[in-house]
Design a protein. Structure first.
Lengths: 146, 146
DNA sequence: GGCATATAGTTAGTTATGCAACTATTTTCA
DNA sequence: TGAAAATAGTTGCATAACTAACTATATGCC
């Protein structure tokens, strides 16, 4: 392997691999142990709908950084489980508004507690200034590439 | 949504979503534009083998943070493409050593150049101290959860 | 008004991931 | 020594990701 190649790129495997995978796996495990039968990908959709209900699928694409087919199928699966419904937009017939059902609303408190606990554990021993730097850097990485 | 819920957890979507997805997509796009028909997941296996050839599948699991079935199938696909071979370990008949072919070796220089260029672009405007903090924090996140 | 273009969403095909269950081999230890 | 436990790898199943191609609706502009 040539010298001096890909030194900064070691960050790639760090960004892409370890931390995000570890957080995702732990959260999924905590959901399972609590008897919750949802994936973290499905939960990420619910998370955005709890912040603002009845978003279009396109808006869910933007907020979760997924493409349209991925959202289509996540919403399909959430609909099968009775957690969301598609409603036609009154102003634009191309648009589906994805809205929470009462069943989804009842999941909010428990799943957010589990997510908080997971993040507390993940961030143990890391001070707030460092967390802010990480957020800023990763935002910059995203902006540099988008 | 309850107040004060999941505030630190905003980091979750940052870690798990934006930056890593952006880096992965950009690198994949750069591979495609260069006419390379490999996925970034396959490339990540090759990357570790360029650092040290003929690793066991278990060792690839450890170094790439994947489970055993994922490695089995990535190696299957790399083998189909003629980029690696499985060799039985001389000392332990349970073990497959995964070794690079000459075809894989010829990909090394170009793909590392593309990876370097991608990381240069990703890290534009971010100073080295901040990069070090990000690496440290994400390592800590991983260690906290593993 | 009507045609070209853009936007929202779906479908099909390939690859990848995680879990559970399985086979084969090696190690442990009573 | 021999049975139990651990380790390496594979297979089946479900979910999810990206690309490309598709339908339906809306917008822009002559």
């Amino acid at each position: 392997m040539p010298n001096n190649q890909f030194k900064r790129g070691e960050l790639y495997s760090v960004i892409n691999g370890m931390a995000s995978i570890a957080v995702a796996r732990r959260l999924q495990k905590n959901f399972r142990q609590a008897g919750l039968d949802i994936t973290i990908e499905q939960w990420s959709i619910l998370y955005h709908l709890w912040k603002e209900d009845c978003l279009s699928q396109q808006e869910l694409c933007n907020r979760t950084f997924r493409d349209k087919p991925s959202i289509t199928r996540l919403v399909d699966n959430l609909e099968k489980q009775g957690l969301v419904n598609r409603h036609p937009s009154p102003t634009d017939r191309r648009i589906n508004l994805v809205c929470l059902t009462p069943a989804a609303q009842s999941l909010q408190e428990l799943t957010l507690q589990l997510a908080n606990a997971t993040m507390e554990e993940a961030l143990t021993g890391i001070n707030k200034e460092e967390v802010e730097i990480v957020k800023k850097v990763l935002q910059q990485v995203y902006d540099n590439l988008k």
